[in-house]
Design a protein around this ligand. Sequence first.
Ligand code: SS9
Ligand code: ZN
Length: 348
Amino acid sequence: MLTVYSNTHHLRNATELVGGQIVPSYERPERAEFILEQVKCVKLGNIIKPAKFDLKPTLAIHDSAYITFLQTCWDEWLAQGNKGDLFPFIWPSRTMPSKRIPKHLDGKIGYYCLSSDTSINAGTWAAAKLSADVALTATQQLTTGNNSAFALCRPPGHHATNDAYGGYCFLNNVAISAQWLLDNGASRVSILDVDFHHGNGTQSIFYDRDDVQFLSLHGQPEQCFPHFSGYADERGEGAGLGYNFNYPLAPSTDYKTWQQALDQALEEIVNYSPDVLLVSLGVDTYENDPISSFKLQSDDFKTYGSKISSLSLPTVFILEGGYAVEEIGLNTVNVLSSFEKSHSCKGF
Ligand code: SS9
Ligand code: ZN
């Protein structure tokens, strides 16, 4: 399987508010380095650099004022005389809804941000844009004779909505890729999100559409981030009703139970019969993940990699979360290499 990678992800290296202290974020450069090392170690396949895309595919998913905000907020923060990373501190709320977009940075950032775990600093916008380019380049491979590819990208994307960032995500890489496919010959795309956290951003972007089917296995929102979406009764709306599938699972779910949910999701994908499958590949379902609580073991990632390959669909894996950095390479590549071992399909 081909991997798309660029070391410019290093531009994203920020802090996080953990336990009342500002510390290096769990979403750190080492994550991608450990995965790259393992991709090379098992000889997964060629490693190519991302192509450069203009903003068109990004603006097909994201609000243009939101993109302008991401491009300019760091300079605005510096111009105010600040030195540290940029965090939000006030949000619209139930009694104070966001009818207007504030002009002051303090207000704007609350408007465009959904969680305070994600700070912004100098390289953030450039890295987020490059991460989307990595995902798009991997996706583009399906139109040039490859039947699978891996986007080794960071920062991740699945929590980012049309106009909000958070959960370490700025641009929704998988959503941008799905839209690119629809604009380049696909009629139906399925997105399977196996990250521990609910892909709230991806869900919200395609909630009223029937050309993208979204399925997510995740920790139940009563207990797990992002807390305000991911319930099983969120099935889509309007034309999208019946095309959104959530499988919320108890915090300490083991592989056996997780796989039962995966089997249900795979059945729905077969019923939908998409042209392409995109996998939001987060390996924070691992038993030793520092911020998640499922109990998957390293070999379980192999088992589900070959299950996904049994769909026989052109497939792009797009990296999302996974924070046990020492084992992130093994777990990620276990999915990819066992997928590859049994995968065959008609080209897209
Ligand atoms: C709050 C932690 C919030 C959650 C980040 C979600 C990871 C995305 N104690 N951070 S894959
Ligand atoms: Zn996650």
